[in-house]
Design a protein around this ligand. Structure first.
Ligand code: DGJ
Length: 740
């Protein structure tokens, strides 16, 4: 790993054994990208990679007889108005109304490790040897501001992390109207763009499209979150790239609010990728001495296909984005009462459910929505973080003690950013809502957004919730957030600062997460947002797991978890076995399949086990034993490989293999059963070709070499699928290396 500056040629080479990023200080002082891709040897001079010819209507930005036009240059951080007619990464409005800027190279700094970002989540290093960072300082002398472009390269990963910040030193205020985290350019357009798109209940489906000239983009304008509709991620892959071979470039934004991820292809086939905070609703005034820091973007290069890219994100995010006690630990097997009771529960009912959970081997009981204020339905109570003693006479303190006395840990649901108008909190503080005075306040799920851009609101919620946490025995928090923002407006801010509201809201959320996770380092936090509307790297910094989707149907979950795995590690995906008929799809799937899907996540139950038959309870006990045996492999130690895509056919398959390749757990799932079906094989992945494995599934045991299992595969046992009910049946395989 190295960051080298070749003084004579004014060239930076950022590289490790996998990837190279080569930057060049152009004649006009701005930074050009000469190359980004698979590692190439370092040398002094890469200037031949700068391409320049005289073209019609070309605007030249240096004095004659030179020739340099920004429209044809692959730039590191482009701006508009000086001859480049593509979208800019940076727009600064100045006092005189001009948006023209000219940031020229001034100096640079190379240091080991990586610095944290103020107020923002970020990938971190644990020692200086893990990574090296280059910061290039550019300066605009007219407005007197510095622009700092930051690049961190990791020693062990094909990863470069970028961010940008601006420091205003001038006396006249300036206004940021748009500031992307990074811009990256490629010399050709022979790529497909991959994105994770969806909606509530069907989050993060993989969508692919061929690049065309012009702009293609995804975005969130939801204000409170990265959204269920689009995830803050895109990748460019070559058309012939598969799951296991070929080039992919991933871009993942460590942020939970409004974002834009955009690819612009010029009519000269150049491809520009930009990702960062969306400029809609964003406008940030900077006075003398003030700074603005963008979120960071984690760029992964893979020449081992999509699985290669995903495994890099999984390892990096699991070990260098997640933090705290739970980072390296397998997660407790939980039971959540939401789908068992919804709002309709008493302490007696909860204790009955918890007792049965304890009997089968569950470790953590989670009390979901409905325990506070007058929260008997979703019309009321949010904001009133004191217990409803009609339902829970001994409070959360009493209930948590009783649950712990049963031998279970206790977890609690909260939705701290929201308020119902029917609540004491709203009646006392009607001016704490995000919303424009004198205008209708749109509602969603009958609730409104508290203005977390205001520190006094965050402080109030912090005090209310720490009171509950301090007096109770709480090991887990599910932090929910169930609506998008409307009428974005802060009632206490000056008109010129309204464009800060949405970003400051997210900073307020991060601030509360920081304070709570620091104060309660033992608590396992799980984020949630109407299921998976906040499944993003920003939140992963604070919460090592996220409720993946409100759709708990095992068939639909295959798609959701498969898509989510493109970027996010298995251990981050909240996954539960729920009742049938399923509450979202009214579909019946076998109990075995419901567990076979949930194993590839945090694993838990979301139903009243008292309603199961004795045979089903026995099955549940076996499931829990299985997960206790294999969860360290699945959640912490293993590498996940996608084998068959639910987006391409009737079957899904995947596998987790231990780092030393001696152990693996794999699963095959079918959707609809087929009569007189064609032959089908389960071809494993990621095994050691030469190791001999003992493979077990249902009543079968087979000894076979890794290469047999990967290339010849095991025929799918149709009879076994039929016996398990046919539709939505599945097969779970365990593999252990044995002496030859
Ligand atoms: C939405 C979540 O996704 C559900 O799991 C549940 O916690 C409800 N909110 C409770 O209101």
């Amino acid at each position: 790993m190295a960051v080298i500056f070749h003084e004579n040629t004014q060239t930076f080479h950022i590289y490790n054994q996998y990837v190279s990023d080569i930057l060049y200080i152009m004649q006009n002082g701005q930074i050009e990208n000469l190359y980004y891709g698979r590692v190439i040897n370092d040398k002094e001079d890469f200037s031949y990679l700068h391409e320049e010819v005289m073209r019609s209507q070309m605007s030249v930005c240096i004095p004659e007889p030179g020739l340099l036009s920004m429209h044809y240059v692959k730039q590191e951080y482009p701006v508009y108005g000086t001859g480049d007619y593509r979208s800019p990464a940076l727009t600064i409005r100045q006092k005189n109304g001009s948006e023209i800027v000219d940031f020229k190279y001034e100096s640079h700094e190379i240091f080991s490790g990586k610095r944290p970002l103020k107020g923002l989540p970020a990938v971190y290093t644990e020692s200086g040897e893990e990574a090296e960072t280059l910061e290039i300082k550019l300066h605009d002398s007219v407005i007197n501001a510095d622009l700092i472009l930051s690049y961190t390269i990791f020693r062990d990963y094909p990863v470069i992390i970028r961010n940008a910040r601006i420091l205003h030193k001038g006396t006249a205020e300036i206004r940021l109207e748009g500031m992307m985290s990074a811009s990256v350019e490629f010399p050709d357009m022979d790529y497909e763009m991959l994105q994770l798109s969806g909606a509530w209940g069907r989050e993060r489906y993989i969508k692919t499209r061929k690049l065309e000239m012009g702009i293609q983009s995804i975005q969130s304008l939801c204000g409170t979150c990265s959204s269920a509709e689009q995830n803050p991620f895109l990748a460019l892959k070559r058309p012939d790239t598969t799951e296991d071979a070929g080039e992919v470039f991933g871009f993942s934004l460590v942020y939970s609010g409004n974002f834009l991820a955009q690819v612009e292809v010029s009519t000269f086939d150049m491809t520009r990728v930009m990702i960062g905070i969306h400029e809609q609703g964003f406008s940030w005034e900077l006075n003398c001495g003030e700074e603005f820091q963008t979120p960071e973007v984690v760029m992964v290069y893979s020449d081992k296909g999509l699985n290669g890219m995903s495994q890099t994100y999984h390892r990096l995010y699991r070990t260098r984005l997640m933090r705290g006690k739970w980072r390296d630990s397998a997660r407790p097997i939980l039971l959540n009462n939401w789908e068992a009771t919804y709002f309709d529960f008493t302490e007696e009912k909860i204790l009955q459910i918890a007792k049965k959970a304890k009997e089968v081997g569950v470790e953590l009981f989670v009390l979901d929505d409905g325990w506070f204020g007058t929260r008997n339905d979703d019309y009321q109570g949010l904001g009133d973080w004191f217990v409803n003693t009609d339902k829970l006479p001994d409070g959360i303190a009493g209930l948590s003690r009783k649950i712990e006395e049963m031998g279970l840990k206790f977890g609690l649901w909260v939705e701290l950013e929201m308020v119902n108008k029917n609540s004491d909190c709203y009646r006392e503080h009607p001016d704490w809502l995000i919303g424009v005075p004198d205008r209708f306040e749109s509602f969603a799920r009958h609730q409104h957004v508290l203005d977390f851009s205001r520190p006094e609101v965050v402080d109030y919620i912090y005090d209310a919730i720490t009171k509950i946490l301090d007096e109770s025995r709480i090991s887990y928090i599910k932090w929910d957030m169930n609506r998008y923002m409307t009428e974005p407006f802060c009632r206490t801010e000056k008109p010129e600062n309204q464009g800060k509201t949405m970003h400051k809201y997210i900073l307020g959320v991060y601030d509360l997460y920081s304070r709570l996770t620091e104060r309660y380092p033992e608590i396992l936090f799980e984020s949630c947002s109407s299921g998976g509307a906040r499944f993003d790297p920003g939140l992963m910094y604070y919460t090592p797991q996220t409720w993946t989707s409100d759709d708990s149907d095992a068939g639909e979950r295959q798609k959701i978890q498969y898509g989510t795995s493109l970027v996010y590690p298995i251990v981050s995906m909240g996954a539960h076995v729920s009742a049938v008929p399923n509450h979202q799809l009214f579909r019946k799937t076998p109990l075995s399949t419901r567990a076979n899907v949930a194993y590839f996540g945090t694993f838990g139950y979301e139903l009243d086990l008292n309603l199961l038959s004795e045979a089903e309870i026995e099955e549940v006990k076996e499931q829990i034993c299985f997960m206790k045996k294999y969860r360290h492999l699945i959640q912490v130690e293993g590498d996940f490989y996608r084998i068959r895509s639910p987006f391409k056919g009737n079957e899904t398959a995947w596998i987790v293999v231990s780092r030393d390749k001696t152990q693996a757990v794999a699963a095959f799932y079918q959707r609809l059963n087929k009569v007189n079906a064609s032959w089908l094989r389960m071809n494993f992945k990621g095994l050691d070709e030469k190791m001999l494995y003992e493979v077990k599934w249902d009543d079968h045991i087979l000894r076979a070499y890794g290469n047999e299992l990967m290339y010849a595969g095991i025929p799918i046992d149709r009879e076994a699928l039929n016996k398990k009910g046919g539709d939505f049946a599945s097969i779970l395989y365990t593999l252990e290396a044995v002496q030859q």
